[in-house]
Structure formats: structure tokens, C-alpha cells
Design a protein around this ligand. Structure first.
Ligand code: ATP
Ligand code: ZN
Length: 299
């Protein structure tokens, strides 16, 4: 197929987003083979190729129209966007869809012995970060006069090295902070992986594949939590049991041959089904409860 007709997607080469990103594309139906240089994955059954790069380069590749799409953290997208605006340039990427993985937050953390009550306590302090644009905006919005110390990594050790008083860094579980005797005090930005695209018009063939991918991504996200539940219920308990099925609209109710008092209930539950739910269903009179994974769903 003509090279111009193939969608090119930038994905992180090695890191926290890599497996989730490739897994999402595979769940959307992509079969790929990896090129000799390990940098390009060639889509074998779709006109879609994956370029593997450092996550920080992903917005730039879309900006420069080398790639049509990218999968990257909202933290990186926002930092780049503010950077382009600060330089008087227009960011040429659009955030299309949050992807529900790579969740983290950009947070302010202070040494354990730092007495912190409010953002005012940051006045006159040095804050180390690799996200100077996002941090500066947050400080400006809060009217806080702090000095931003721009580092390229190892932010969490900056206070111990005397390079800064506090830090502004990405946090997910908080274990890195704890290990470095730091305490999280403010959230500057909530983040997760995003699909971004170029604002430039795509060829009709590419646009149509992009739309198909967006629908498939929706489908993938919906089935993640969805389960198919089958159970037997006393007719008398049907109303109570329907009420307990999480996020299901219209269950199918089927008579049971030879047992007029009971019915079989089948339902797609669009929310997670926990043991507590099953225990609740059993307590309400349900029996023979089966919970099955949903493989694909098209609403
Ligand atoms: P690269 O070599 O591609 O530049 P990196 O070291 O910048 O890699 P990772 O640490 O793999 O990147 O993080 C990639 C993205 O994962 C982050 O930008 C962020 O969106 C997300 N993320 C989720 N949880 C965390 C976390 N606890 N710390 C850092 N990033 C996280
Ligand atoms: Zn990076």
C-alpha cells in the first residue's frame, strides 16, 4: 500500500507506557512485525505502523508531522504545549482520548521535617523539577514566588544534595518519595496516557482508519471492566437480584425447564464484579452464579 496511506503512531520505546500502548493496539486488532532496527513496527493487517521512540519526543514527532498519532502521558503533552506557547509557536497536536493507563500525578513533595501548611509555605523556596512549564504556571496561578530549578532527572535526591528545598515530580504509588524521606503535599497535575493526533487533515483513507481505531479503543476500554454474569434466581427474588447486578441495563430472563419457581438470568455488567457482589447475589437467593470475561463489545 502507498506509504502516504499508512497511519504512523509514535509509542514509547522502553518505559512505563510501552507494554500498555502496544497491548492497546493489539487489542484493537493490530498484528505487527518488528523491523530490523527495532524502531519501526510494521502493521501486517492494517495500514498502521508504530514508531518506537523516547516518550519526550512523541509530541514533537506529531508536531513535525513525522507521525499522525502518538500515545504519551498528559504530563508530557502539557509540558510541551506550554513550552510551544511560551516560545510563541502554536502546538500542532490535539489530545484525542484518555487511554486509562499510565495514571500518575505531578506533585509537590517536601522533606519530612519541612513544616508545610499551605502553598504559601513555598514562597521564596527552590523547587526542583523536570516539568518547569507546568510548575511555573501552577505557581503563577497561585501567586507563589518560588524559584524553579530545572533538572533533567533524579529530582527526588535534589533536596538531599542541597540543590533545592522541595521537589515537583511524578508520583504514582508514593514509594519513591517515601524512600527519599519526602512527603507529598500538593497535586499540580493529574495525568494518564493520551492519544494525540496532528491537527493537519489526513487523507480520507487514513481518516477513516483513525475513526475505526477510535471506536475500537472505546470498545477495548468498555470490555476492560465488563463481565457476563449468568445465574439462577427464584422468581420472587428477581427484582432484588436485578438491583444488585452492577451497571447492567436489561438482563435476559429465561425460564428453567421443570422448575417454575426459578429463572436463569444473563446480564452484561459494565462495572467490575467483586466477590462482595457475588456474596450479595447469593444472599438474595441466587445460585449457580457464573462470571465470564467479555472478549469484545461493540455498542
Ligand atoms: P524515556 O526514556 O522514554 O524518556 P522516561 O524515563 O521519561 O522514559 P517513564 O519513567 O517510562 O519515562 O515514564 C513514562 C510516563 O509514564 C510518564 O511520562 C508518565 O506519564 C507515566 N507514569 C506513570 N506513573 C509514573 C511514575 N510513578 N513515575 C513516572 N512516570 C509515570
Ligand atoms: Zn522521558
Amino acid at each position: 500500500m502507498d506509504k502516504e496511506q499508512r497511519l504512523k503512531v509514535a509509542v514509547q520505546k522502553t518505559g512505563r507506557l510501552t507494554d500498555h500502548s502496544l497491548d492497546l493496539l493489539v487489542r484493537c486488532g493490530l498484528k505487527y512485525s518488528r523491523g530490523k532496527d527495532q524502531l519501526l513496527c510494521y502493521g501486517e493487517n492494517m495500514p498502521l505502523d508504530v514508531l518506537l521512540v523516547r516518550d519526550d519526543d512523541i509530541p514533537d514527532l506529531v508536531q513535525e508531522d513525522v507521525c499522525d498519532l502518538g500515545i504519551v502521558g498528559a504530563n508530557v503533552v502539557e509540558e510541551k504545549r506550554l513550552g510551544f506557547i511560551a516560545r510563541g509557536a502554536a502546538p500542532l497536536f490535539i489530545e484525542m482520548q484518555p487511554l486509562d493507563f499510565g495514571r500518575c500525578r505531578l506533585a509537590i513533595a517536601v522533606p519530612e521535617d519541612f513544616s508545610y501548611r499551605s502553598p504559601r509555605d513555598l514562597d521564596g523556596r527552590r523547587i526542583a523539577t523536570t516539568y518547569p512549564n507546568i510548575l511555573s504556571r501552577w505557581l503563577r496561578d497561585g501567586g507563589i514566588a518560588a524559584e524553579v530549578v530545572v533538572l533533567s532527572g533524579a529530582v527526588e535526591i535534589a533536596p538531599r544534595l542541597g540543590r533545592a528545598d522541595v521537589i515537583c515530580d511524578l508520583v504514582s504509588t508514593g514509594s519513591t518519595l517515601k524512600a527519599n524521606h519526602l512527603r507529598e503535599v500538593e497535586t499540580v497535575l493529574e495525568s494518564q496516557a493520551m492519544l494525540i493526533r496532528t491537527p493537519l487533515p489526513l487523507s480520507p483513507a487514513k481518516e477513516s482508519w483513525l475513526n475505526r481505531m477510535l471506536l475500537r479503543i472505546d470498545g477495548v476500554q468498555q470490555v476492560k471492566e465488563s463481565k457476563y454474569i449468568m445465574l439462577h434466581a427464584p422468581r420472587a427474588a428477581l427484582a432484588a437480584i436485578r438491583h444488585l447486578l452492577p451497571g447492567s441495563e436489561y438482563p435476559t430472563v429465561i425460564p428453567l425447564e421443570g422448575n417454575p419457581d426459578k429463572v436463569a438470568v444473563h446480564a452484561v455488567c459494565r462495572e467490575n464484579v467483586f466477590w462482595e457482589t457475588l456474596e450479595g447475589l447469593k444472599a438474595a437467593g441466587a445460585s449457580a452464579i457464573l462470571v465470564l470475561p467479555v472478549e469484545k463489545m461493540l455498542a
